[in-house]
Write a protein that binds this ligand. Structure first.
Ligand code: DQA
Length: 144
């Protein structure tokens, strides 16, 4: 099982960025948590972050044939990016949308996800554990 974790804009600032919303765990620490859990499932992890929408689009396109799942925290692009949505739809690699915070409990503009309709599902509001829960969902696989 090969999993590609993609992180969008400002997630490089985790740990110091609005800790009351996103916690004090850094992105490197989130990655470590995921790696520990992945090892118990014999899953391999690639973990990337970019502030650039085009990088995320390129990485999604390149995932085809390379990864079994994409786990995507698109950050603010969740709410704005048709390009990311189209990339996910195009490559047909099953994708799980994740967020640290519960986007539905926040400002109204965060309630709308442009990527949700082309994702397998959404995990939102569990802090760093959203990343780990997505791994568990991928390992369990598609129940349909
Ligand atoms: C986020 C939620 C988004 O609305 C926000 O723009 C982020 C982080 C989260 O993980 O809670 O940057 O994706």
């Amino acid at each position: 099982m090969r999993l590609l974790y993609l992180n969008g804009p400002n997630l490089n600032l985790l740990g110091t960025r609005e800790p009351e919303k996103y916690g004090r765990t850094t992105l490197a620490e989130v990655e470590s948590l995921v790696r520990v859990r992945a090892a118990t499932h014999q899953a391999t992890i690639e973990f990337r972050q970019s502030n650039l929408e085009g990088d995320l689009v390129n990485w999604i396109q390149e995932a085809k044939g390379q990864f079994d799942w994409i786990i995507l925290n698109a950050a603010a692009y969740t709410h704005t990016s048709i390009a990311l949505r189209d990339a996910i739809a195009a490559v047909q690699v099953p994708t799980i949308e994740i967020h640290l915070s519960n986007v539905h409990a926040r400002e109204e503009f965060r309630h709308k996800s442009l990527i949700a309709p082309v994702c397998q599902g959404q995990i939102t509001g569990f802090g760093a554990n959203s990343y780990v829960l997505a791994l568990e969902a991928a390992v369990i696989g598609n129940p349909h």
